[in-house]
Design a protein around this ligand. Sequence first.
Ligand code: ADP
Ligand code: MG
Length: 247
Amino acid sequence: MEEKVIEARNLMKSFGDLDVLKGVDLDLLKGENLVVLGKSGSGKSVLIKIMVGLLKQDSGAMRVLGKDVANLGVKELNKLRLKIGFSFQNSALYDSMTVKENLEFPLVRNIKNLSRKEKDKKIEGLLDSVGLPQSINQMPSELSGGQKKRIGVARTLILEPEIMLYDEPTAGLDPITCMDINNLIVQVREEYNTSSIVITHDLTCAKVTGDRQAVLLDGQFDAVGTFEEVFPHAEDKRIKSFYDYNF
Ligand code: ADP
Ligand code: MG
C-alpha cells in the first residue's frame, strides 16, 4: 500500500454560523504533488492551517507524518512543523534583510551547531536550485515578483522539509512568471523528494504541477483524480465552469 504522509478524515470546521469544512477526507501520498482547487473562500487555506496546527478542527482527524496534529504538545508540534515547509499566500521576505540573510534566518533559529561554511553551502545550493545565485546580496526591494516567490520557495526549502504546502504560489503573477513557478514546483519535488500540496485556482498551474487534483466544493472534496479524470469531461456544473473559464 502506498504511504500516506497526510490523512484528513471527516474533518469539520466552522466559524460561528459559517460551516467551512463539512466532512473533508483527503490523502497526500508520499512523493506526490496534490493540487487543491476551490473558489475563493471555499476553505483551502483553513485546511492547510489545520495541517500545521495553526487552526484546530471542530471534529474529525488530521494526521501528518503519522501524528495527530490537534493533540500534539507545543514541543511536538514545533518538531513536526520543521518537517513541513509552508509558503503562505502573503508570505513576504523580510524587507530589511538581504536575500542571504532571509535564507539564513530559519537556519540560525532552528539548527544549532551549523558552521559558517555549511550554512553558506546550503544557501548557495538553494539559490542555484531556484535559479538566482546572483541575487545573494540583493535586497528584496530589488527583486521582481517572480524572483521574490523563488526566494520564498528557497527559504521554505532550507530546513529540508518532507512536505511542502504551497498556498496560491502563482497568485498575482503574469502568465510567463506563473509558468516559471509551476516548473519550479515540479523541479523541487524531483530534487528534494518532497510530497506537496499546491493550492491554486489556476488550472494551468494545476495541470502542470499536479499528479492528482482535488476539488473542494461546498466543504467537501467531490472530485479527486488525475487532471484528465477530473476536468475535461466533468459533469458537475461547478467543476465544468472552472474548466470552461480557464481553457
Ligand atoms: P480560501 O479557500 O480562499 O483559502 P479560506 O480558507 O481562507 O478560503 O477561508 C474560508 C472561509 O473561512 C472564509 O469565508 C473566511 O472568511 C473564513 N475564515 C477563515 N479563517 C477564519 C478565522 N480565523 N475566523 C473567522 N473566519 C475565518
Ligand atoms: Mg486561501
